[in-house]
Design a protein around this ligand. Structure first.
Ligand code: ADP
Ligand code: MG
Length: 702
């Protein structure tokens, strides 16, 4: 019975009707009373707080002022007609303006009365005015207001045009509560409410819309955020349980000849503590009979490739094939070269398959794969094609995973009748909160230590006007044998935006660094793979001292002798991209530099990005700033991930501690009742069914 009202159409609420209901549906996806109650205010105004007119500033949000109307007049003709009033208190006077509903407002306002004005100040001709304020009779107001905190709702333009204000929405909420008469079905189990001392759903919804006081509002907010995050975690973790139960993993029991020989004879340096720790975590997965799905996070240059390599050797020692997939040809080629070199003499067959592999070569690779002659297949998307068939693929490693679309990964996953173990590697540090949400169903390993002997990269910010100083610095570095990257944001000049163009830049650089004294190599996205490769090799082999490029070199490229990274128009890059680019240097034992070039005109956010880069080298710290600046929806990796970030109240940038609690509770609950079958958990199963939060089946992906 109670659910009936909760799930009934808002159309039947007083003052709504079919036309408004339709607007709410189209603009806000609000259909039922429940939807309406979950349309939360974006803030609450303290209605016990009043401002004086002299205190008003245009950047303020909604405010309240007590005062009187001192003049009221219609101006303009026909559709341009406006109603203008002067509103005054003892400290001054402001102009009020109405463009709509003018006649009615004019009649209802009274010069002798005292009013409460409610609205958002703006500036016009250096004076403060308020457009379409709400005025309420002071006496009536004082009788009516019970709570001093008033909800303010976001009102889309189309609703505004139809006279729906935040007040109207508030009124609808009020009517919804009247219609429900206290019957709001609880959506969390009793024991959770008790153990976390959470208010009921009914109380929480009431308090978020009509808070009695700040304390109750905070408690309600906490409960609603918790619930939102908790169900995401519960869903992700439940999927993980199901997957683990369903799929047996190949058991890699032995650490054999190849691994041991590599370790003893080939490893050119000691593993870092973090590398050892991570390899141990992975080995545990590979031995426990469950299919591994692990995310390996490690800052640029932390040595993930070596980890990948050693894990592949374990698979090979146990009689399985492996594949390593990289997002670009440059990177695949580089992995192929460095891995072939490191494994030289171990009698392994390693193949490279990319988009530019010739037909004949391809055929050979295909047949070697199926005949089990290939141990390791390295490549790009070309690996995913249906034609590529393995004899017994035991392990898939995906490098720089955020570059791959969801569907592509799913395809790789299905290459065997029995799914291979999957290790996903990323150098884009993801804040913990995001990782828990994006990869909540994966196990996560982190390499949080760089190989020894690295000098931290020094980062400076330089305005374009100091270009000559930059050039002489580059000359000095080149003279002492180092190499330099210069990166541009765009390839073709954009007419509307004042971007530094690669071609322009190349011209001025080749003037400042003339041949034959200097050799410059150029790499950009529109070159043919073979050309690109040639230009890359010129730089890799040290024949070119300067590489001018677009962001194609962003991922993974490893030239330890390069010591300077110049980023042109740095203000145009996002933080994670800047950090990735900077990671191309600082790979050798020399001091490295990152120079961020920019124009004088910098937005507040660009300034913050640049100053963050200058002040820290820590990828996780940078990721946290990035998350705060851009919000979770814009962080690289989240868009491609396909997970809809339609959180209604929780904020992944701010609510990490609530997320932490939610995740731990979900883990605890699933540990005791992994299928959520107990009576007390029925409500959880029911809610999970109701919440179709994730459109993507992560169980299939990685
Ligand atoms: P990323 O994590 O960015 O993929 P790489 O695997 O490319 O990093 O490693 C960066 C560089 O560090 C490579 O030149 C690699 O040979 C080197 N390296 C990796 N592990 C170690 C180690 N334990 N000690 C010293 N150098 C290492
Ligand atoms: Mg790498």
């Amino acid at each position: 019975m109670q659910n009936q009202v909760f799930n009934s159409d808002i159309m039947y609420l007083p003052g709504v009707g079919p036309k408004r209901a339709d607007l709410f549906k189209k603009e806000l996806e609000i259909v039922t009373i429940k939807d309406l109650l979950y349309y939360f205010p974006y803030k609450h105004i303290d209605r016990s707080k009043f401002y004086k007119i002299e205190q008003l500033k245009s950047e303020m949000s909604h405010i309240q002022v007590k005062g009187r109307i001192t003049s009221l007049s219609l101006q303009g003709q026909n559709y341009k007609q406006r109603l203008i009033a002067q509103f005054s208190d003892e400290t001054g006077s402001i102009e009020l303006l109405w463009f709509k509903g003018i006649k009615w407002i004019q009649q209802s306002l009274n010069k002798n009365k005292e009013y409460i004005l409610f609205g958002k100040p703006s500036a016009f001709n250096n004076k403060i005015n308020i457009v379409h304020p709400e005025l309420e009779d002071l006496q009536q107001y004082e009788q009516k207001i019970s709570s001093s905190l008033q909800s303010i709702y976001t009102v889309p333009e189309k609703l505004k045009k139809n006279y729906i204000t935040t007040k109207v929405i508030e009124k609808m909420q009020q009517n919804a509560f009247i219609a429900l008469a206290g019957n709001i079905p609880e959506s969390l189990p009793e024991y959770l409410l008790n153990s976390l001392k959470l208010p009921s759903l009914g109380q929480s919804l009431k308090q978020i819309h009509f808070p009695d006081n700040n304390d109750l509002l905070q408690k309600a907010t906490f409960r609603l955020k918790f619930e939102e995050l908790f169900y995401i975690q519960l869903q992700l973790l439940k999927q993980k349980h199901i997957r683990k139960d369903k799929h047996n993993g190949f058991i890699f029991k032995i650490v054999g000849d190849k691994f041991n020989r590599f370790f003893k004879e080939k490893l050119p340096f000691d593993l870092t503590g973090a590398q050892k720790k991570v390899i141990k975590e992975i080995r545990k997965d590979l031995g426990d009979g469950k299919q591994m799905n692990r995310l390996l996070q490690g800052d640029v240059g932390s040595g993930k490739t070596l980890v990948a390599l050693m894990v592949m050797l374990i698979a090979i020692d146990n009689g399985y094939q492996c594949s390593l997939m990289a997002p670009t040809e440059i990177l695949a080629k580089q992995h192929f070269n460095s891995i072939s070199k490191m494994l030289d003499g171990l009698d392994l067959n390693i193949n490279l398959l990319t988009g530019s592999s010739k037909a004949k070569e391809r055929k050979l690779i295909h047949s070697e794969l199926i005949e089990n002659k290939t141990n390791i297949l390295i490549g790009t998307h070309a690996l995913i094609e249906d034609k590529v068939k393995f004899h017994n693929l035991g392990l898939v490693i995906i490098d720089e995973q955020h570059r791959f679309g969801v569907a592509q990964r799913a395809k790789l996953w299905k290459k065997n009748t029995s799914p291979p173990h999957v290790l996903v590697m990323t150098a884009t540090p993801i804040p913990r909160t995001l990782a828990m949400t994006l990869y909540g169903d994966l196990d996560v390993s982190v390499i949080d230590e760089l190989p020894p002997g690295r000098k931290p990269i020094k980062t400076t910010h330089m305005f374009d006007s100091k270009r000559l100083r930059l050039f002489s610095f580059i000359k000095k570095e080149v003279k002492s044998g180092r190499q330099v990257y210069i990166v541009y944001p765009l390839i073709k000049e954009s007419e509307t935006l004042d971007y530094k163009d690669l071609e322009d830049g190349y011209e001025s650089i080749s003037r400042a660094f003339p041949s034959p004294e200097y050799t410059i190599s150029v790499v950009h996205g529109q070159m043919k793979p073979a050309e690109k490769e040639k230009a890359m090799q010129l730089f890799v082999k040290g024949q070119a001292q300067i590489m001018v490029s677009t962001t194609v070199i962003e991922v993974g490229v490893d030239v330890p002798n390069a010591s300077v990274m110049v980023i042109e128009s740095a203000e145009k890059f996002g933080l994670s991209q800047l950090h990735q680019l900077r990671g191309r240097v600082g790979r050798g034992s020399e001091q490295s530099w990152c120079v961020l070039m920019s124009s004088f005109k910098l937005s507040h956010e660009a300034r913050k990005r640049i100053s963050t880069m200058v002040s820290t080298n820590d990828g996780f710290e940078i990721a946290e700033v990035d998350l705060k600046l851009r919000g979770p929806g814009d962080i690289e990796g989240t868009q491609q991930s396909g997970i809809a970030f339609d959180l209604k109240i929780a904020n992944l940038a701010k609510d990490n501690h609530i997320l932490e609690i939610a995740r731990n509770k979900a883990i605890e609950i699933l540990r005791d009742d992994s299928k959520l079958e107990s009576t007390q958990n029925q409500v959880l199963t029911k809610q999970l069914k109701l919440k179709t939060m994730h459109k993507v089946n992560w169980g299939l992906i990685s």
